[in-house]
Design a protein around this ligand. Sequence first.
Ligand SMILES: [Mn+2]
Length: 318
Amino acid sequence: MNDILHSSALLKEHDNYHILIHAYPDGDAIGSGYALCRALHSIGKKANVVCTSPIPKMYSYIVDKVQMQDFAPETFISTDVADLRLLGNGYEQYEGKVLLSLDHHGTNKRYSKYWVIDPHAASACEIVLEVIKMLGVSVDKEIAECIYTGISTDTGCFKFANTTSQTLRNAADMLDFGIDAAEINRVMFETKSRNRIELERLALDSMSFHLGGKVAFVTITNEMREKAGASDDDLEGMTSLSRQVEGVKIGVTLRQKEDGEYKISVRTHPPVDAAEICSNFGGGGHVRAAGCTLSGAIDDIKEQMIEVCSKALEKCKW
Ligand SMILES: [Mn+2]
C-alpha cells in the first residue's frame, strides 16, 4: 500500500508523461495505459500513451476518446511491461529512463527507478486503479471502461485461474460507473473478423491428433494466412484452438514464419509442463503456455515434437 502512496506522490510531483505500453498491446496494456493517461489529464498533467505498434481497431472505444497532446516528454511510466524489450523497436532509448513501472508480472525485470509489482493482481489495470484512487481522481465512466477492459481481457472474461474475489469486486465496482460491460464483452470475446473465421476454418482442417489423442497439432502456413486474408490481429488467440479438444493434454500450434522457420506455441493442461517441453528446443515460457522456434521440414518438426511430448506425458501421473 505504501508503494501505491509513493507512486501517486511521484505522479503528482512530475509532469509531461509518456506512458509506455508493450508492442502488440492487449486489453490490459491499453486499458491500464489509457486509464492512467485520463487520470493524469484530470489533475492537469500532460500525458500521452505511447506504443510502437498500431493499436487494434477493436479498442477504438478507448483510444478515440483521448486527445493526443503536444509536448516534450519528461517523465516515462510503464504499465503492464515486464521487460523493457517488450516495448519493441527502439526500446533501448528508455534504458535507465523509466521512473515508475506499474505491473502484475512477478517476472518484471525491475528496469525502472521505482515500481509497484503485484503478481496476485489479475491485471495491471487493478494496480493502476489503486494508484488513480490514491491520486484523489474520481473514477468516471471512461476510466471504468478502460479498467474493466483490462480486467476482463487478462482473465479471459473471468474464466482463468487468476480471477480472485478481489478481481470480481474490482470489475463489479466498474459496472457501478455505468459502463456497458455486455457490449465490451461482445467486442472483446464474441466478435471475430470474417478473415479470422476463415483462418480458423483452415486451421481446424489442419488439425491432427497423436499419442492416443492427448496431443493435437494445428498448422498455420503463410499460404493459409494469405488465403484467409488474415492480419497479425487475426492470429491472436489461435493457439488455444488445439487445447480445447476433449482429451487433449498438449496443444501445439505450428506457425510458419516469413523465412521458413516455424514458431511453435505449446498450451497444456495440468500437470503437463509446457515450458519444459519448449526448453528441449531452446524456448521457454510459463507452465501452461510456452513457445520455441524450429526450422526444417514441417514433418520433421512434427516428429521431433511428438517425441518430446511423449516423454512429457510419460512423466505425468494422471
Ligand atoms: Mn496484463
